[in-house]
Design a protein around this ligand. Structure first.
Ligand SMILES: O=C(O)[C@H](O)[C@@H](O)[C@H](O)[C@H](O)COP(=O)(O)O
Length: 254
């Protein structure tokens, strides 16, 4: 567990650019230390914007992309290639432009794949993928994540964990099928708060005044059942990456 740190950028463009630079540096550092880096991607405008800035950065060639493991923190349970899938958006924004090792890219199943429309089975399979990659000696059921990127919703959701749902209360499973989501599409797959909490660094990234209340409540230590983003904490570091509007009213809790 770690205390929160807040970094406020002037606007969303600067936030995306600076976070892309931060991500590239973190990946280079992880590769220098361990040979590989593992990053968990998020959906949402802010997260995809960061990936676009990585794509456009000259510094992207500092990374050995063949030694980067990529995961998703959540997925919109839609057919393969659907433009609303987080995977599709991430591939278009960045992944299609990189010399990645396909074996190291771990998307969640689509709704027309081997599990059909059974989101719970697809979630169970992703949990198995994570457990296998964690290895037998790991004290967690998920592999080492260097950076876990997350967006934040106006009512405080993060990944596909929405307030006052069984999914945000989940304490055992690392991945859940999520039904009846208030943000479309209604069916999703999401890592849970315990899985997020196994990451070295959690980066909560958001912009705009519509997010300010959720951000300030999360940083003030709200109950994660009410404000799920309040429960997203990294082992070593929890970083709030905000623009000025989203940071209005936020203060780092003691
Ligand atoms: O797939 C998704 O919808 C998400 O992963 C979700 O948690 C998102 O990150 C937030 O809703 C913020 O989205 P914006 O950055 O677009 O506000």
């Amino acid at each position: 567990m770690s205390g929160d740190e807040m970094i406020v950028h002037p606007d969303g463009d600067v936030l995306a650019e600076a976070t892309a630079a931060r991500l590239l540096t973190r990946v280079v550092d992880a590769q220098a230390a361990r040979g590989v880096a593992s990053v968990v991607l998020t959906g949402g405008r802010t997260g995809i914007g960061v990936l676009e800035r990585v794509r456009d950065s000259a510094a992207r060639s500092a990374v050995d992309w063949s030694a980067v493991n990529l995961f998703w923190g959540d997925e919109r349970f839609l057919p393969d290639g659907d433009g609303e899938r987080n995977e599709t958006q991430a591939r278009r924004a960045l992944l299609d432009h990189l010399p990645l090792d396909p074996e190291r890219v771990h998307p969640m199943a689509p709704s027309d794949g081997r599990f059909g429309t059974d989101a719970e089975a697809a979630a169970g399979h992703y949990a198995e993928v994570l457990r296998t990659l964690a290895g037998a000696d790991s004290d967690t059921a998920v592999p080492h994540f260097d950076v876990f990127m997350l967006g934040v919703g106006e009512e405080g959701h993060t990944a596909s964990l929405f307030p006052d749902t069984p999914y945000v209360r989940e304490e055992e499973r690392t991945v859940v099928g999520v039904r009846d989501c208030p943000k479309p599409p209604p069916t999703r797959i999401s890592l849970t708060l315990p899985a997020i909490g196994a990451a070295s660094e959690v980066w909560l990234m958001t912009t705009g005044s519509g997010k300010a209340e959720a951000v300030s409540r999360a940083m003030a230590g709200a109950d994660p059942v009410d404000i799920p983003a309040a429960g997203a904490r990294g082992r070593d570091r929890t970083l709030w990456l905000l623009d000025r509007d989203a940071a209005k009213g936020a203060a780092v809790a003691d």
